[in-house]
Design a protein around this ligand. Structure first.
Ligand code: ADP
Ligand code: MG
Length: 871
């Protein structure tokens, strides 16, 4: 790349055209410039595209560019979609500039215009969308001191639009929950470096600093202006007082940060989707939903990750809680269920509404399959109704929508005897839905073409004028046959009347007949064996047909465009129905799961207790053979006082499984689901925290003690007495003494402050001593039995604490060679012997010497004697 300042005037006209268009776009944008059969890119864009798409970087001669060649890379216009999909995955925005005139007939420079913009967060094309999850575009805005944030996000394909205001410490967990495909943050333009065609941007918020590690894109800070936001929101959502909405939702003191973010999202959609939405974005959106982070159970990003809710530890979609529980039949239902799992509720009434519906679906077992059959035949009503609303829907999509609504009618009749509040709204299908279906049925051809400009989309008998054109076109075949017969008879030779796209209609005969052709035959083509000719009559016919066809296509397009506007009226109603259907699917999925896996309905209350009998881990259980999973109880309560459980047991005993299973039972219960247990009473949990000790946390390769400690600090700062905390092997990432010391002081802190319900798993048996010091702390252990020198894992949690590690036994089970095991046993014996020798030593020396050796004569640990803790 050249170092000199670029002067646009120095370039050839077409490059000037490119540069002018390109300079309006930001970094992370790519301009694909149509040139004949290719989309070409130039300069930095070309270098990037060549690298990302692994295509050849070529050059275009340009005299005044340093080096004489401009970097260039192109993709064939016919097959551009896969390339676009790949670039979207890498988070680029792709601007498509089309030729606005035919280069063959156009004099001078071909005019070009940007006709389409693809960005990761604004995809409308159902082919490019992942149907299993929402595709959100988000904007983030911060207060001056960056302690308060506003976020706004929308899924353009479903029309949902959310706004939230929240303090900095919740920013990361909320954004990671939402997983937006694109994040806009305010930026200002930095200067252009010499030779660079795209100006750099300087982001005003560093999201990483707040723990968000998703890629963000810079968006001019003017777009976050409050007045622009007022204007944008009131025009899109047709609300009178935007400020009132903000104050009602976020309080009198709100700085309008959510509002500013929402304004920026809309501005961005206006910029990138103007053509998609024919400048009427408001049709795509219905309501703006404001929410506060405290309305749902909170889980930070590492808790979600540790519990493998929707992604497993390696980032995949298999063997997750969601994949193990999903029994939905439709795409919209799947998205709904997933969003429930990701946002467990706090409101007992809302939870019990879901439970009531699930119960009713379970009781009516005979209808379950019928529901499933109808649901699985619905297409994505949610997304399709949005296409309808925004007048973008294609004829095929209209048919899918109609078919889906007919399924809704089936579903509705199945629901007649149901009474649960969440199920009754589908009992009655409004007349409008039948009207909609009838119009579509009458108007749209059974197998409409893909494009709406090539005809073949409107049924016969819908429009009289159209029928005439259609008959003309369709009758052409019989006319051709007649004409062929007539000419054969007239000339007495073999011939054929044919049609192809290039030459139109013609008469073809063997060259042997050349001499026999009458004067009214005009020869058009002479080939090796045959000859092609036309007659005046044939040409006249062709004109009529072509004429009819053009008319037909134009008329069909007009009819369709009108129809689309007319049908858009039904969009809002259909959307509501779509949401109900998705909800039914999610509820049915929970009912099916409960029956199949023998779950029970949990009791939720506002106490601070957890009482779970025979709880199971829903994912591990499904992987094991029937009856192999050992169920376990959990009881945490203030009377009798036991709020904190110290869980000991050797490696592989089942500690981690037990703790996660309890967290998952709580999450399931608060999302409204039944739970894998024989009984469960759950005092609503406001936040779940899970921490996995550094050396257990293999997924991120972050085996740093620092991460573990930062995360633990977040718990201490974020917990309330209603929280549930799972700490798995905390302190393992450092030396034993450090580790025990830290683990000890954390548990102690929890016991002294708030006493949130906690399970603390550790292989530091020393911690068992805490039970004697704090009434709220109780010891539990996962039992193992030793027989004949071997151990057997019982996976059973019981009171008391484990006192042996059985490390060597686990090593044996893992298949380590005998020689190593024997050597390890020998060393172990030696160490044990040394330890027992020390038992005879002066106790004071001992306390100073080694934490592990503050041991009573009977071998138990004497906590008070440890110098580490100033009790
Ligand atoms: P720990 O955390 O104590 O090292 P894990 O919880 O990782 O142990 O469990 C080790 C293995 O034991 C798991 O992979 C699982 O297959 C099995 N397991 C754990 N809990 C149970 C249980 N309750 N019933 C049956 N198998 C279990
Ligand atoms: Mg473990």
């Amino acid at each position: 790349m050249g170092r000199a300042e670029l002067n646009i005037e120095d370039f050839t006209p077409v490059m000037q055209q490119f540069l002018r268009a390109r300079q309006k776009l930001g970094a992370k944008s790519l301009l694909l410039f149509r040139m004949g059969d290719f989309y070409e890119s130039f300069f930095e864009d070309a270098e990037l595209i060549a690298k990302e798409l692994e295509i050849t970087l070529t050059g275009r001669p340009e005299q005044n560019y340093p080096g004489g060649r401009i970097p260039m890379a192109g993709v064939p216009a016919r097959a551009v979609k896969p390339y676009i999909a790949k670039l979207l995955e890498r988070n680029y925005k792709i601007y498509i500039a089309e030729q606005m005139a035919d280069p063959k007939t156009c004099k001078g420079l071909v005019p070009r215009e940007i006709t389409k913009v693809f960005t990761p967060g604004t995809i409308c094309d159902l082919d490019l969308l992942d149907s299993y999850k929402n595709n959100f575009i988000m904007a983030v805005c911060a207060s001056g001191d960056q302690t308060q944030f506003g976020i706004a996000f929308t899924d353009v394909s479903t029309g949902e639009f959310f706004v939230c205001e929240l303090p900095d410490k919740y920013l990361a967990q909320e954004i990671t929950r939402i997983q937006p495909s694109e994040i806009l943050i305010p930026a200002k333009l930095a200067s252009r470096k010499p030779g660079q065609i795209v100006a750099e941007e300087e982001c005003l918020i560093n999201l990483e600093q707040f723990g968000v590690f998703l890629e963000a894109s810079a968006y001019q800070k003017d777009n976050f202006d409050i007045d622009l936001a007022r204007q944008n929101l009131s025009s899109v959502f047709e609300i009178n007082s935007v400020d009132k909405l903000v104050k009602d939702s976020f309080g009198e003191n709100s700085e309008g940060l959510g509002l500013k973010a929402a304004g920026a999202v809309i501005e961005y959609l206006k910029e990138t989707q103007a053509l998609e939405f024919a400048n009427n974005i408001s049709k795509n959106f219905d309501v703006i939903k404001t929410y506060q982070i405290s309305e749902f159970m909170m889980m930070d990003s590492s808790t979600r990750r540790n519990l493998e809710l929707v992604k497993n530890l390696s980032g995949g979609n298999t063997a997750t809680v969601f994949s193990a529980m999903d029994r939905t039949s439709s795409k919209a239902g799947r998205r709904k269920l997933r969003s429930w799992l990701e946002q467990p509720l706090l409101d007992i009434q809302a939870i019990s509404a879901r439970q009531t519906a699930i119960k009713e679906l379970i009781v009516n077992a005979s209808e379950q399959n019928a529901f499933k059959a109808s649901l699985s035949k619905t297409y994505d009503i949610d997304r399709l109704s949005n296409r309808l609303l925004s007048e973008l829907i294609s004829p095929r999509e209209l048919l899918s929508l109609k078919d889906s609504l007919l399924r809704v009618v089936e579903i509705s009749s199945l629901l007649q005897n149901f009474n649960a509040g969440l199920l009754t709204s589908l009992k009655f299908v409004p007349q409008e839905i039948f009207d909609f279906c009838r119009v579509v049925e009458n108007a749209i051809a059974d197998e409409p073409g893909l494009t709406i400009t090539d005809g073949g989309i409107i049924k016969r008998a819908y429009n009289q004028e159209l029928d005439e054109y259609i008959s003309l076109v369709e009758d052409s075949e019989s006319w051709m046959n007649n004409y062929e017969e007539q000419e054969k008879n007239r000339l007495g030779i073999k011939l054929k009347v044919s049609f192809n796209k290039i030459h139109g209609y013609f008469i073809e005969t063997s060259r042997l007949n050349e001499k026999k052709l009458p004067e009214d035959y005009i020869v058009k083509q002479t080939m090796v064996n045959s000859i092609r000719a036309v007659t005046a009559e044939l040409q006249e016919f062709e004109e009529k047909i072509v004429h009819a066809e053009t008319r037909r296509n134009a008329l069909e397009y007009r009819i369709y465009a009108d129809l689309r506007v007319e049908l858009a009226k039904y969009g809002a109603l259909i959307k509501q129905i779509g949401l109900q259907v998705a909800q039914l699917d999610a509820l049915l999925s929970l009912a099916l799961l409960a029956v199949e896996q023998n779950y029970i309905c949990p009791i939720l209350d506002t106490s601070l207790e957890l009482d779970i009998k025979d709880g199971r881990h829903l994912v591990v259980e499904q992987k094991l053979k029937l009856g192999e999973f050992v169920p376990n109880d959990l009881f945490l309560s203030s009377s009798p006082d036991q709020k904190i459980m110290i869980l000991t047991g050797p490696n592989m005993a089942g500690k981690s499984t037990y703790m996660r299973q309890n967290a998952l039972i709580i999450i399931l219960a608060q999302m409204g689901s039944f739970v894998p247990a024989s009984f469960a009473r759950i005092g609503i949990v406001d936040r779940i925290f899970t921490r996995i000790g550094a050396s257990d946390d293999l997924s991120q390769g972050q085996s740093t003690f620092m991460v573990e400690m930062t995360e633990t600090a977040n718990i201490i700062n974020g917990m309330s007495e209603k929280s549930f905390i799972v700490l798995d092997e905390i302190g393992r990432g450092t030396s034993t003494y450090d580790g025990v010391a830290i683990a000890w002081s954390i548990v102690e802190h929890l016991a002294k402050n708030l006493q949130p319900r906690t399970i603390f798993a550790t292989h530091y048996h020393e911690l068992a001593g805490l039970e004697h010091l704090y009434p709220s702390i109780k010891n539990s252990q996962v039992l193992v039995v030793e027989s004949g020198g071997h151990i057997e894992f019982l996976h059973k949690v019981a009171s008391g604490s484990a006192d042996k590690s059985y490390g060597i036994e686990v090593a044996r089970l893992a298949g380590l060679p005998k020689s190593i095991l024997e050597r390890a046993r020998a060393i172990n014996n030696q160490l044990q012997a040394q330890k027992s020798k020390k038992l005879g030593m002066n106790k004071r020396d001992l306390a100073n010497a080694d934490l592990k050796q503050a041991i009573n004569d009977d071998g138990s640990l004497e906590i008070e004697k440890l110098p580490l803790f100033n009790l």
